[in-house]
Design a protein around this ligand. Structure first.
Ligand code: 1GP
Length: 247
């Protein structure tokens, strides 16, 4: 099974991916999060999320690899956040913005590194959706998010992503968002394209996750809620979307 098939298994069941920010996790906590993820049916560990430069990336990924066989996929904030120890990378273009640095500039810097490290790149259209307040992603990227009451604008961007040959659309409210991506946007985008839609930002409860799952998310990304609420939230979300049910 290649990485793409692992990320999006046949059958279309919503997957749960836990995002670990290497800058805000300690050693003991890391083990706790990774073990809980494995136990509750999380399929993939994402590492990254910080828009600033991290010097702990390699070490954290090596530590995770010692704790689990779950694939570790990079979610980089810039071309300086790439590690040879990961299994793959969400190779993102911030398609909702009009800042050439995040549309193509960072990608040109990172492409030779990805090739050199032999990482599997998953071509991902990153669409920022307005979420109640200015997020770090919005501020640092110097781009405007798509208005949350304009699903047709999100759909047009997602269609462009598919026509450009991208493999995944990431609907992102931004880390720690006040409101997650509205289900109306998720379902409108899901209905208009055939590539998978993944959703993250501001998902803090089982209910938020279930809403995104029912609207058509193929994977849900959760970071801040695990940092703030603890590992129990992983189990609660996994149960809500039917991941850790015993037969
Ligand atoms: C951020 O979508 C991810 O880029 C996760 O967001 O930290 O709000 O879970 P949270």
């Amino acid at each position: 099974m290649n990485l793409y098939e692992h990320l999006f298994p046949a059958g279309g069941v919503t997957q749960l991916w836990v995002l670990i920010d290497p800058d805000s996790i300690s050693g003991d906590r890391l083990a706790e999060v990774v073990k809980a993820s494995e136990k509750e049916g999380v399929s993939t560990i994402l590492v990254g999320g910080s828009m600033l430069v991290s010097d702990t990336l390699d070490r954290i990924i090596q530590d995770i690899k010692e704790l689990t066989h779950l694939p570790v996929v990079l979610f980089p904030g810039s071309s300086r956040q790439i590690s040879r120890y990961a299994d793959g990378i969400l190779f993102m273009s911030l398609l909702s913005g009009r800042n050439p640095q995040y549309l193509i500039g960072e990608q040109v810097h990172s492409a030779p590194i990805i090739k050199n490290f032999d990482l599997t790149a998953i071509s991902t259209a990153y669409l920022l959706i307005e979420s109640g307040r200015v997020t770090s992603a919005e501020y640092i990227s110097d781009t405007r998010p798509i208005p949350r009451d304009k699903p047709e604008i999100a759909v047009a961007h997602a269609l462009a992503a598919e026509l450009l040959g991208m493999s995944v659309v990431y609907l992102e409210a931004g880390s720690g968002a006040m409101f997650p991506v509205p289900p109306e946007i998720i379902s409108a985008v899901k209905e208009s394209i055939s590539i998978p839609v993944i959703v993250g930002g501001g998902i803090t409860s089982a209910e938020d996750a279930l809403t995104a799952s029912r609207a058509g998310a193929r994977a849900i990304i959760v970071g801040t809620a695990v940092e703030r609420k603890g590992c129990e939230i992983i189990g609660e979300i996994a149960s809500a979307i039917g991941l850790n049910r015993t037969v």
